[in-house]
Ligand binder design. Sequence first.
Ligand code: IPM
Ligand code: MG
Length: 365
Amino acid sequence: MANLKKSKILVLPGDGIGPEIVDEAVKVLECLRENGLSIEVEHGLIGGAAYDKTNSPFPAKTIAQAEECGAILLGAVGGPQYDQVERHLRPEQGLLDIRAHLNLFANLRPALLYAELASASSLKPELVAELDLLIVRELTGGIYFGQPRAQEVEDNVRRAYNTMVYDENEIRRIAHVAFLAAQKRDRRLCSVDKANVLEVSLLWREVMEEVHQEYADVELSHMYVDNAAMQLVRAPKQFDVMVTSNLFGDILSDAAAMLTGSIGMLPSASLNQDNKGMYEPIHGSATDIAGKGIANPLATILSVAMLLRYSLNQQQAAQNIEQAVIATLQQGVRTQDIADANTKAVSTGEMGNAVIKNLQKILLV
Ligand code: IPM
Ligand code: MG
């Protein structure tokens, strides 16, 4: 791609709480830059914010910026004011388009329970203590993108359909990502499908078994998606890495997020074959709390850590951010989503500042 600049980070705040939480994450990047990390930060438009200004949720300028940068940090897209907009112009389409355009097929969604937040989980502390699982979601195929798709009227009856389709190459490449991730962890991979009903899942299973031949040190198991949903809320610690298709991963990752206390805590990475990536909190635009300064910026700040680790190969800086977040939680600093009855919640900005203070302390030693 022309003019690729690896150290340039494109920031796409998007909609709803996106701009507020991204502001805090950018402060973290600035802090690292002031301390010698060689990065450049540039802003751009996506989603509803882009649609409002350009009539497109993924405008040409953003496409060019996205092609040239080394990594992207995204806030969130969407909002009820766009509910009546045609589907191909909706904010969510901007997100799907950028994923497809950059071929970001591998979506990593870690669900990690910070010990300090055990009481915020919807499950009993003993079920989630030390929970550390990784969902690897296929992100550019499956029913999200399958053709044909349409809503139409036939004989005065409205009907609509989508197509769940994967070819073996798409399955194979996500399988490799998942097996490699498992090799770096507890070496257990659970592939989630619906092979008792769907042809596409039968192929998914076959290819997972084939790729497994190359990773003898990883234990592979298969689970139907309905059972996986149940197991996630029954005994989530049985999982190390889960790999699944686009739609199943969308659903399971929301469930997994809640186990960790708040969906406001979870970062994600969406990577292409060369580890170019887009990084975003897994929560949405939360328009109901937008503009109030109460959103939790930690998922976005932790997304910056993933960005530094996977796309810029800055392991130490990534670790420093994660340590700063842990230190902040240990100090008892809580936004409202993770606060309990006895804790006074801080604002989005106060949480960001607390993390930066801890980061500065870490950088000094
Ligand atoms: C996610 C979101 C998106 C998805 C939406 C906003 C299109 O729910 O990243 O999980 O479905 O992939
Ligand atoms: Mg989702």
